[in-house]
Design a protein around this ligand. Structure first.
Ligand code: ADP
Length: 389
């Protein structure tokens, strides 16, 4: 039995998955390491999503992503000592303007990925650390890069550019878009559930700690709310989403903030956390009775409605809406609040269905069907790696 390993390295986390590849890849072990660089913990689950192990990492393994990869491999060796890992699929945040599909990682490709670090300084280095650790651990295995940006590379010029002098576009200042593996998975799932809808115009709202919405027509990305960086678009756990660049000029000139300070403000202090003054976690905000928490939720839902309208304009219509991601999949109250303001677009929510999605949550008469589909980015990455074998 051959296996592929998937690695998804975030700024302070590492998700891993072991897949059997006899047919379509099947996850047999998944894990999450949190708080790398601090008091890191590892959680391991089996194929039925039951927790097998939960432990603190040793200080050496907790220190960085190389240690975290070692810790994941130890778990795999414990539960699947016979695993033969023939390929490792890596989630890579940035594939620049050139990568529009998964690619095998050669020395040449690695050099290209390193050249994209300035485009994603907070994420790309961790992805590269994951690759280095995997090459060291599995020198014989093939390494595959799957890009968050790849799904959006077919955007038209107007959806790929900003209104800046062209020289900046040529230098790579473009609207890349992210969450591509999630959108690829959802688009495939829609094709299975409702082939006619897959051929139509679907807005997919990936609402997690990071959040974006993508307009997909006939399975192809038309426009995305995220742009040059994962900061743009809708408000997120700690990121503001859309912001007037004039605000940043003001912060620099009047508040003397440095690039590093503004980066902290935009990546870690804003969004739901900044507006609520309470938490970046939607569960905490829904459980809170403060005015600030309610306003943070209202801002979140309002900007999402506005962006869905904007994507409908980009696609010249809307045939379906899909919710996914931690909030999209689990927060019925948020889905209801978003959809309550979208009747004009042909969206009619069924409250009973919204409480238990299957996967549809709209009424039978709703001109635009609404669904909840759990995403599976790891499976998309495992499939790309397995295709190589
Ligand atoms: P990431 O972008 O880090 O992968 P997730 O997709 O896991 O994030 O989403 C995390 C978000 O999902 C958090 O805001 C969390 O509060 C929210 N969430 C998870 N479960 C629920 C739930 N049952 N109700 C409301 N929000 C939830």
């Amino acid at each position: 039995m051959s296996h592929v390993l998937t690695l998804n390295a975030g700024s302070s986390s590492l998700k891993f998955g072991l897949f059997e590849t006899a047919t379509d890849p099947v996850a047999v072990l998944t894990g999450l390491i949190d708080q790398i660089g601090g008091a890191a913990t590892i959680k391991v689950k089996d194929a039925a999503d039951e927790t097998l192990a939960f432990a603190e990492l040793s200080p050496e393994q907790a220190a960085n992503h190389v240690g975290a990869v070692q810790a994941s491999l130890e778990q795999i060796a414990t539960y699947f000592p016979e695993a033969r890992i023939q390929a490792v699929g890596h989630r890579i945040v940035h594939g620049g303007a050139e990568f529009s599909a998964p690619v095998e990682i050669t020395d040449d490709v690695l050099g290209r990925l390193e050249s994209f670090v300035p485009l994603a300084p907070l994420h790309q280095p961790h992805n590269l650390a994951g690759i280095a650790a995997a090459i060291e651990a599995f020198p014989e295995a093939r390494q595959v890069a799957c890009f968050d940006t790849a799904f959006h590379r077919q955007h038209s010029f107007v959806q790929d550019t900003y209104g800046l002098p062209r020289a900046y576009y040529d230098k790579g200042v473009r609207r890349y878009g992210f969450h591509g593996s999630s959108y690829e998975f959802i688009s495939g799932a829609v094709a299975e559930i409702d082939p006619a809808l897959h051929d139509g115009r679907v807005a997919v709202a990936h609402l997690g700690n990071g959040a974006s919405i993508c307009g997909i027509h006939g399975g192809k990305s038309v426009a995305s709310t995220m742009g040059f960086s994962p900061l743009d678009g809708v408000a997120m756990g700690t990121r503001p989403g859309q912001i007037d660049p004039g605000v940043l000029l003001y912060l620099m000139s009047e508040e003397n903030m440095s690039a590093a300070q503004i980066s902290d403000l935009l990546y870690t202090e804003s969004g739901l956390l900044g507006l609520s003054g309470l938490s970046n976690d939607m569960r905490s905000l829904l459980a809170s009775d403060t005015v600030e928490a309610a306003q943070a939720i209202d801002y979140f839902c309002t900007r999402i409605r506005m962006e869905i309208g904007s994507l409908a304009a980009a696609m010249q219509g809307l045939d379906g809406l899909v919710f996914t991601g931690g909030i999209g999949e689990n927060a019925a109250a948020i889905r209801a609040q978003i959809c309550a303001g979208l009747g004009w677009l042909g969206i009619e929510m069924d409250n009973a269905r919204n409480a238990a999605p299957d996967p549809r949550i709209s009424t039978d008469n709703s001109p635009v069907p609404v669904m909840v589909i759990p995403t599976n980015e790891e499976l998309v990455i495992a499939r790309a790696a397995a295709r190589l074998l």
